[in-house]
Design a protein around this ligand. Structure first.
Ligand code: FE2
Length: 131
C-alpha cells in the first residue's frame, strides 16, 4: 500500500512535517522489506535507526509545542514516552524471539497505528498553536 504523505498530516511546521515524512519513509521501507523478506539483522538495524530518529524527532517536536504554548504539549510528551516504552518492548521481543512473519506483521501494525494515529490525532494540533 505504501505510506503516502497527505495534507491532512500537516502540522504547519515544515521541519516537523519533513521529519514526519521521514518516519513515513521508514515505514514504507519496513513494509517493502517485509514483502520481500527481511533478515533478523536488517530488522534489528532498522529498529535502532528508527528508534534514534524517532527519539530526536520527539525532542524537537516537544520543544516546538512548548514554545508555541500548545495546550496539547503535555499530552504529546506523555504519548511520546508511552510510544518509546512500547517501542523498547518490541525491540526486546524481537531480540528474544527472533523474526517471524507474525512478529514482523505485529511490528508493522504497531508502528503504523502508533505513529500515524499519533501524528493525525495529536501533532496536527500544532497547526492551531502556531497561527
Ligand atoms: Fe508528537
Amino acid at each position: 500500500m505504501g505510506f503516502q504523505w497527505d495534507d491532512k498530516y500537516a502540522t504547519g511546521n515544515d521541519e516537523i512535517d519533513n521529519q514526519h515524512k521521514q518516519i513515513f519513509a521508514y515505514l514504507d521501507e519496513l513494509e517493502d522489506h517485509i514483502e520481500h523478506g527481511a533478515s533478523q539483522q536488517w530488522v534489528e538495524n532498522f529498529m535502532s535507526a528508527l528508534g534514534l530518529y524517532t527519539r530526536s524527532h520527539f525532542c524537537y517536536e516537544e520543544i516546538c509545542m512548548r514554545q508555541a504554548k500548545c495546550p496539547i504539549a503535555a499530552k504529546n510528551k506523555d504519548q511520546h514516552a508511552k510510544l518509546l516504552a512500547a517501542f523498547h518492548k518490541a525491540e526486546q521481543k524481537l531480540e528474544r524471539e527472533g523474526i517471524s512473519d507474525e512478529l514482523l506483521q505485529q511490528l508493522k501494525d504497531f508502528l503504523t497505528s502508533w505513529l500515524v494515529n499519533h501524528i493525525m490525532k495529536i501533532d496536527v494540533h500544532l497547526k492551531a498553536c502556531t497561527k
